[in-house]
Write a protein that binds this ligand. Structure first.
Ligand code: GCV
Length: 708
């Protein structure tokens, strides 16, 4: 009877979806929609798998099987049983703790086997997490309509810790969050657990993310009070079966602020004891707590320098407190002070002297570029240079500098650009990925972090396509060798449709989108031309009396009657020398410097000739124009996709793309009209003319509250 009802519901669902995607969606199901497959494919899968079994009794394995059964039913319309033993047609989940071929705790194998005449699909792992990842892999194959008849897959993540950093505040706001309020309902915890915690954990597990820093790096010390630790423990309890550990950002002054000690000096015995006791308290409540993330002596946050101590003193003190419990410290290298002539050099200068001096459970967390998550930066020179200290890349998934959740910018190409960059630390091929995943240097810890873009919005990320950035961060954290195209392809298939007429153009739109943003915001290596505070629109003219110089765009673009760009060559700030040969020379020489970074490293005259023969001024105009045209092109692509997408998501994306084009024109006009006051040259006559007036644009002051 139950089966008949399910089949009836399934048939109804099929009927609905058949009439041109009429069921409107809010995006809340992310990439785990498990849409009904065509009858042909559904039949093939249903012939291959008819039951599911495991002798492992854990909660994680149970939920992996449940996920499979529900998803299978939705996709194929067939009910499969959870059987006591393996039979012909079983999906078998097996734990083999001592399997030598499984090279990491999260690794798994997925094979089609025939044993004693029984055809089975077997997923083998050392841990239940491995089984869960294997099941999600199999479901991904099915969602993307791949053949599952003769599987022979072996997977192991390239980073051990794959972590989301939430910049969520205690009052529910999110610093640089563009998808509504924080997912964590601190007032209701620990008694009430929002169902979204589980959905969040499930989505993360499906892409291999295994850690979450719950709170903002600008850390409120309250998070580690007894009261809040109970709340954190409640969230950890929901995440645990999905293989996700919780971590917390800590405020370095907590001993003074919470413990009422006279100091938070890391060498003070009472302070050290305070942290040790705190660690004990945390682990008593959360035995698998991951560790601390620390932003110290950066942008006003307290740190060891306040007491005349070093990053090593601070990080090692915390590391010692966490060590007995296998916790780690992620110590951020995002440091810069207002008086430096080149902010891009500071993290390297401050951290290199400490290479090899950190405790073994410390990892230094370094932003992908040397400044701050700009649309394009070269990779941070610390990668490859700090060889005796584990380093982890920090990406920003939330689009602080790439148009918030208002604009489509698929970030996998940005992540890949950094991970695939050659540091030359150990000769050619020493990519950032290999310099951080334990390949080039022995690392006691390997990890990667992404600043999350999730919030309470129904679609989680504010923009339906911003989900792809969460997804691709997870996929690359698991395997940085995947291509951006592959990731876009699988995400599109699962999130929208497998229809080839949808996939090809929309994938191209995604692949071009980050470069479009670079083009209309800050091409050719320009950076930090953003509006004060909120960082949404253009303000290359921004001048706030008394403001830190390194928070003003003119510090970075240095536009004058002569030209534009930051001279970081050996004749300028010499930032190029922080890179290994031959890269230092490549960047130093204007003839070899990649043109997409040319104004990052060089200050050039307006009439400088680029490789295509255009003057720098003309090329700048062409790039801004190209960016706007790309944005217009995205609208054209999307409008043709109406028949493949449900009404709601179609209209919401359509609206956002329209706004994106408007804002792209705002960026282009604002920057070109402003720089033109220096270049005194005409915008090439064949290009679109500005539609704005510079003085009007200068008056725009957006009232954005989500800066922090
Ligand atoms: C959490 C940038 C952002 C800040 C952020 C900081 C950081 O400066 O604008 O909002 O603070 O980076 O990464 O610590």
């Amino acid at each position: 009877m139950k089966n008949t009802i399910i089949l009836f519901i399934f048939t109804l669902l099929m009927a609905f979806t058949a009439v041109g995607q009429s069921v409107s969606e809010d995006g809340s199901r992310l990439w785990l929609r498990y849409e009904p497959l065509s009858q042909n494919i559904a039949r093939q899968y249903a012939q291959k798998i008819t039951s599911c079994t495991s002798s492992d009794p854990s909660e994680t394995t149970k939920l992996a099987m449940n996920e499979f059964v529900v998803a299978f039913r939705q996709m194929t319309g067939k009910e499969i049983a959870i059987a006591k033993a393996a039979v012909d047609g079983s999906l078998v989940l097996t734990i083999k703790k001592n399997d030598k071929q499984l090279v990491s705790p999260d690794a798994y194998r997925m094979e089609s086997v025939v044993e004693k005449g029984k055809n089975m699909t077997v997923i083998t792992a050392k841990t239940t997490n491995g089984l869960l990842y294997g099941v999600f892999h199999l479901l991904r194959l099915m969602q993307t309509r791949q053949d599952i008849t003769s599987l022979d897959v072996a997977e192991s993540p390239l980073y051990e810790r794959r972590i989301l950093n939430h910049w969520d505040n205690i009052n529910g706001t999110i610093e640089r969050g563009y998808a509504g309020y924080s997912l964590w309902d601190w007032d209701d915890l620990p008694a009430t657990l929002s169902p979204r915690y589980r959905e969040y954990a499930r989505a993360n597990a499906s892409i291999g993310i295994n850690g979450t820093v719950l709170n903002n790096v600008n850390a409120n010390p309250t998070f580690i009070t007894g009261e809040y630790l109970q709340k954190v423990a409640a969230i950890a309890g929901v995440f645990r079966p999905y293989g996700i550990k919780v971590y917390l950002s800590v405020n370095f002054s907590s001993p003074a602020l919470l413990g009422k000690l006279p100091t938070s000096d890391p060498l003070d015995p009472a302070v050290r004891k305070w942290w040790k006791d705190k660690a004990k308290e945390i682990y008593a409540l959360i035995p698998d707590f991951g560790g601390f993330l620390v932003k110290a002596n950066s942008e006003g946050q307290p740190g060891p320098h306040d007491f005349g101590r070093t990053h090593v003193d601070g990080a090692n003190m915390l590391a010692e407190a966490l060590e007995p419990f296998n916790g780690i410290v992620m110590w951020r290298a995002f440091v810069y002070n207002p008086s430096s002539p080149d902010r891009a050099k500071q993290a390297y200068e401050e951290f290199m002297p400490f290479d090899g001096k950190f405790h073994k459970n410390v990892i230094v967390q370094v932003k992908n570029g040397p400044v701050d998550f700009q649309p394009r930066e070269p990779f941070s020179p610390l990668f490859g240079a700090m060889q005796k200290t584990p380093l982890m890349v920090e990406f920003q998934i939330t689009q602080e500098y790439l148009g918030f959740s208002k604009q489509l910018a698929y970030l996998a190409p940005l992540f890949k650009e950094c991970l695939d960059s050659d540091t030359y630390a150990k000769g050619k091929g020493s990519t950032v990925a290999r310099a951080t995943d334990g390949n080039l240097f022995p690392q006691t810890i390997t990890a990667i972090a992404g600043v999350a873009n999730t919030g309470k919005d129904a679609n989680w990320c504010g923009h339906h396509f911003a989900q792809a950035n969460w997804y691709s961060f997870g996929r690359l954290a698991w395997n940085h060798q995947l291509s951006s195209e592959t990731i876009a392809d699988e995400w599109l298939r699962m999130t929208f449709t497998n229809h080839p007429d949808f996939l090809a153009p929309v994938k191209k739109m995604m692949m071009d989108s980050r470069e479009a943003v670079v083009n209309y915001m800050m091409p050719l290596g320009l950076h930090h031309l953003f509006a004060w505070g909120h960082h949404y629109g253009p303000e290359p003219w921004c001048d706030i009396p008394g403001a830190r110089a390194d928070w003003l765009p003119s510090y970075y673009h240095k536009a004058s009657a002569y030209g534009i760009g930051f001279d970081r060559t050996t004749k300028g700030s010499d930032a190029v020398s922080q890179y290994f040969p031959p890269l230092n020379e490549i960047y130093n020489n204007v003839a070899t410097c990649p043109e997409n970074l040319i104004l990052w490293f060089h200050h050039l005259p307006w009439d400088y000739r680029l490789k295509n023969g255009r003057t720098l001024w003309d090329e700048l105009c062409y790039k801004y124009d190209e960016g706007v045209n790309q944005a217009r092109g995205f609208q054209k692509i999307w409008d043709r996709m109406e028949k493949y997408v449900d009404k709601n998501r179609f209209v919401e994306v359509q609206y956002k793309l329209k706004e994106q084009t408007k804002d792209a024109i705002w960026w282009k006009d604002g920057c070109l009209l402003y720089f033109q006051t220096y270049s005194k040259r005409p915008i090439p006559y064949e290009l679109e003319r500005p539609v704005h007036d510079l003085e009007e644009l200068k008056k725009i002051k957006l009232n954005m509250t989500n800066t922090n």
